[in-house]
Design a protein around this ligand. Structure first.
Ligand SMILES: Nc1ncnc2c1ncn2[C@@H]1O[C@H](COP(=O)(O)OP(=O)(O)OP(=O)(O)O)[C@@H](O)[C@H]1O
Length: 206
């Protein structure tokens, strides 16, 4: 099992972002993208999921096109994607059903101690509460490939530690692809580090 990206190039009108990125993400391990703001991390994630146009010679999971394998991957880019009229519970039920997951909703709620707010509408959530819900969606999806953009933003130190411990555990049997501005905290848990320099993605195995 592997997620393969072949010759991925991303550009916008008058802007070149990524040049010819080829890589194989294996079925387990934690892959960390660290690069300066605006270098193209989010654009790579969106391209892998087919959310933006890119040039490539294939983005596949187990040699099958990504479009056929969408339930093997979970990507929820930001809490800005939430409909604030819905509750956390609405989202947890939706993702559990859509991803046909066996993970228990109550276990995930308990993990983040979300009991007091999970049934309220998201408009009442603080930044950290929204971020915990976002992470809870990854946990409930139980997808084989978890692609996480700045997943530890908005979390306090203890919550970031708790998340990293969980990701470390999950990366023993799942592929986790993460970008983070808290790179010093994530480094020790990363199996591979990727960085972007002059539009090229390079291995940065410290
Ligand atoms: N839809 C778009 N149209 C035009 N330019 C875009 C679009 N999306 C991103 N860009 C540009 O592409 C470049 C890469 O953006 P991207 O969001 O991928 O960077 P990033 O590495 O994720 O940044 P950050 O660390 O700040 O989140 C930036 O110069 C950005 O302005």
């Amino acid at each position: 099992m592997a997620l393969e990206v072949k010759n991925l190039s991303i550009s916008f009108p008058h802007l070149r972002v990524i040049n010819n990125f080829t890589y194989q993400f294996n079925q387990n391990g934690l892959y960390l993208f660290v690069a300066t703001n605006g270098s193209g991390k989010t654009s790579i994630f969106r391209s892998i999921l087919g959310l933006i146009h890119s040039k490539n010679n294939g983005i596949t999971i187990d040699d099958k096109p990504m479009a056929q394998m969408r339930r093997s991957v979970f990507y929820y880019e930001s809490s800005n994607w939430f409909d604030i009229n819905m509750s956390g519970m609405d989202y947890l039920k939706l993702i559990k059903t859509q991803w046909k997951s066996n993970v228990k909703i109550n276990a995930v709620i308990h993990f983040w101690k979300m009991e007091n707010y999970v049934n309220k509408s998201i408009r009442k959530y603080s930044l950290g509460m929204k971020q915990k819900l976002l992470i809870a969606l990854y946990l409930i999806s139980d997808a084989d490939y978890l692609i996480m953009d700045e997943i530890n933003n908005g979390l306090d130190e203890d919550s970031r530690k708790k998340l990293l411990k969980k990701l470390n555990e999950l990366s023993q049997h799942k592929c986790i692809i993460i970008s983070s501005h808290y790179k010093d905290e994530v480094y020790p848990y990363a199996d591979k580090i990727l960085t972007i320099k002059d539009h090229e993605v390079i291995n940065d195995n410290h």
